[in-house]
Write a protein that binds this ligand. Structure first.
Ligand code: ADP
Ligand code: ADP
Length: 229
């Protein structure tokens, strides 16, 4: 359960346009933080830097006190599980999709791992379970079902840090609430960062960071932030 620290992080995609303008924050080990802010504020950019798709111009990003620039890509990938907004599934069974990255795993292994990682709440309501083929020739999953599989696929590897990048934003409110409630149950003792654009979806977070124009505009609990509005 490592902590995540951004220390004066500056970054832009183009030389003359800074996107993150000296961003600093700390997510203590085991806490569930959310990052909200208007479109274009730099939320996804923050996620890309944490995953080292890009390196900051200046400043540092630390996981468990260690600069991620000094960490191998392999161990960084093992440390962070990411769930994007539009997860793409293989046209294979649900079991295969969840076991992705552990291609030697049998269905039984996957099911055992899912139980071990307490993922059954995510999976048990899928139409039929692991043996079902999804995609063009198989079962058509709804957006919510697809995201459940994608989240399970990430969590089954038991990443110490979970990064949700608008993972439920494309879903209708009911489906979103439903998945978030399950997620809350399975990620309570993990360090997690959820990127969202609606404050209402992240009320369960320990703390919310409001990003505006590449800077931390404010932060607080859901209640504290509501009082400001
Ligand atoms: P958010 O996730 O908060 O909507 P982003 O991090 O996606 O914001 O984007 C922040 C800014 O960076 C936006 O102005 C966007 O246009 C710009 N941006 C994002 N990705 C790229 C890219 N690959 N190349 C150039 N500019 C980008
Ligand atoms: P549309 O753009 O009309 O939604 P899609 O091809 O994106 O059509 O999806 C059709 C249905 O198939 C959707 O319900 C979607 O969830 C599902 N689907 C699409 N691609 C996959 C995939 N690779 N694996 C599983 N389900 C998929």
């Amino acid at each position: 359960r490592p902590s995540v620290v951004f220390e004066n992080v500056e970054f832009g995609y183009e030389k003359d346009r800074t996107i993150l303008k000296g961003l600093s924050f700390e997510v203590p080990a085991g806490q569930n933080f959310a990052v909200v802010g208007p479109s274009g504020a730099g939320k996804s950019t923050l996620a890309r830097l944490l995953f080292r798709f890009y390196d900051p111009w200046s400043g540092r990003i630390l996981i468990d006190g260690q600069d991620i620039a000094q960490v191998t890509q392999e161990s960084l990938r093992a440390a962070i599980g990411i769930v994007p907004q539009d997860s793409v599934l293989f046209n294979e069974t649900i079991g295969y999709n969840i076991a992705y990255g552990r291609s030697d795993a049998t269905q039984a292994d996957v099911e055992a791992a899912a139980r071990g990682a307490a993922l059954m709440p995510l999976i048990e309501r899928l139409p039929q379970r692991f043996e079902t083929e999804v995609g063009e020739r198989g079962l058509k999953l709804s957006g919510g079902e697809k995201q459940r599989v994608a989240i399970a696929r990430t969590l089954v590897k038991n990443p110490p840090i979970l990064l949700l990048d608008e993972a439920t934003s494309a879903l209708d409110t009911r489906t979103e609430q439903d998945i978030l409630a399950t997620l809350h149950r399975v990620s309570e003792d993990r360090t997690s960062i959820s990127i969202a654009h609606r404050l209402s979806t992240i009320a369960d977070s320990d703390r919310i960071l409001v990003l505006q124009d590449g800077c931390l505009a404010e932060s607080g609990t859901h209640l504290e932030l509501l009082r400001h509005d």
